[in-house]
Design a binder for this molecule. Structure first.
Ligand SMILES: Nc1ncnc2c1ncn2[C@@H]1O[C@H](COP(=O)(O)OP(=O)(O)OP(=O)(O)O)[C@@H](O)[C@H]1O
Ligand SMILES: [Mg+2]
Length: 213
């Protein structure tokens, strides 16, 4: 079973948006997918509740319950983790995932926070770089954004890939409102966005995003 976690201590960077879109991508591929929502605000579960019976099936799991049980017969499990996670909670959380995706917004504050968070992830989260693969995705990027240079340099020094840049677009809002992912909207509307996801999906298909055996 493939396990992918959306993680960043910073709020509002797109963890739930990327989690729901990834879940819908894998579901549309015919995979058996679960979306585990650790956020007490339950944004991912609320998104799932809007989906209709005709949409690709995604199993919603409330991650906030005491005895969390994940069915074993799944192909992919996506974890949506709330902001503000740190310390022991972070250490316990990262153990669940083979792959961690960190969305980062293109503001200097968010970029600085992401650098601190990645340090925490390695030091406090004690992520084993062999057991857990990490990548960063730039989210809500407007054209000609140059602010990622510092982050790119920092990531390079840690050998963490910067795998994709997603633009700021109402398409994510449109999809979200209907309990869909962009992959389920009219292809003509989302062609550019689907193209922007491709490097992330390619990385997720590759061994580079999987733990070393
Ligand atoms: N690429 C994008 N383009 C436009 N809007 C976006 C994009 N990504 C996310 N958003 C919007 O930004 C807001 C925050 O996104 P989201 O809820 O996914 O972040 P989050 O990291 O899960 O937040 P929290 O830390 O509160 O859980 C939402 O309203 C979402 O619709
Ligand atoms: Mg969220």
């Amino acid at each position: 079973m493939r396990s992918i976690m959306l993680l960043n201590a910073k709020g509002g960077c797109g963890k739930s948006t990327l989690a729901s879109n990834l879940a819908s991508y894998y579901a549309a591929e015919g995979k058996k997918v679960a979306l585990v929502d650790f956020d007490p605000q339950k944004s991912s579960l609320e998104w799932l509740a809007v989906r209709s019976a005709d949409d690709w099936e995604i199993l919603g799991i409330d991650g906030t319950v005491k005895e969390l049980k994940i069915p074993r017969n799944l192909d992919v499990v996506i974890y949506d983790v709330p902001a503000g996670i740190s310390g022991k909670d972070l250490t316990a959380m990262v153990k669940r995932a083979q792959t961690i995706i960190i969305p980062v917004l293109p503001s200097p504050i968010d970029i600085r926070a992401a650098s601190h968070f990645i340090r925490d992830l390695l030091l406090v989260g004690k992520v084993s770089r062999k057991q857990t693969k990490i990548a960063v995705v730039a989210n809500r990027v407007r054209e000609n954004t140059l602010v990622f240079h510092k982050l790119e340099k920092f990531l390079k020094s840690l050998k963490i890939p910067f795998v994709a840049t997603l633009r700021d677009t109402q398409n994510y809002i449109r999809a979200e409102e209907r309990g869909l992912g962009i992959f389920e909207l009219a292809p003509s509307l989302v062609a550019h966005d689907v193209e922007q996801w491709e490097p992330l999906l390619k990385w997720l298909r590759s061994k580079r995003s999987m733990p070393q055996a």
